[in-house]
Design a protein. Structure first.
Length: 129
């Protein structure tokens, strides 16, 4: 049980929050990426609001919020519509668009603020490791 707590703490320690409230990890763009797809990927509709405690989230099909930590350099711009951009400033998602994290498994975390999904692998047109 102690080992699990230490691993979770180490994972959470690598998360930073920018001035717009977007949480990011140290994962950065790489040229080498495996091109596999998984059977249970994380997906939802992109939502953002500067008035909410967690400013950026995905909305699941059942309406619950999915907490995601994005790769280094990602930013949010509050619109209308709100936009999620990558480290190059390219729009990755707009408010209400469906977002697939095709290499992030549902079983990797609970998807809550305290146990968020760490986005990795193929995202939009980039690879993040």
């Amino acid at each position: 049980m102690v080992l699990v707590a230490v691993l979770v703490e180490a994972c959470v320690a690598g998360i930073t929050t920018d001035t717009n409230g977007l949480r990011t990890s140290s994962r950065s763009r790489t040229e080498l990426c495996e091109t596999y797809a998984i059977a249970d990927p994380v997906f939802g509709w992109f939502r953002a609001s500067a008035d909410e405690p967690e400013h950026v989230w995905l909305e699941a099909r059942d309406g619950r919020r999915i907490s995601v930590v994005w790769p280094a350099g990602f930013r949010v711009r509050f619109g209308p519509p709100a936009e999620l951009t990558n480290e190059r400033g390219e729009v990755v998602a707009r408010e209400g668009q469906k977002v697939f994290l095709g290499q992030t498994r549902v079983s990797e975390s609970a998807g809550t603020f305290n146990d968020p999904y760490i986005a990795h692998g193929l995202i939009h047109d980039g690879c993040y490791a």
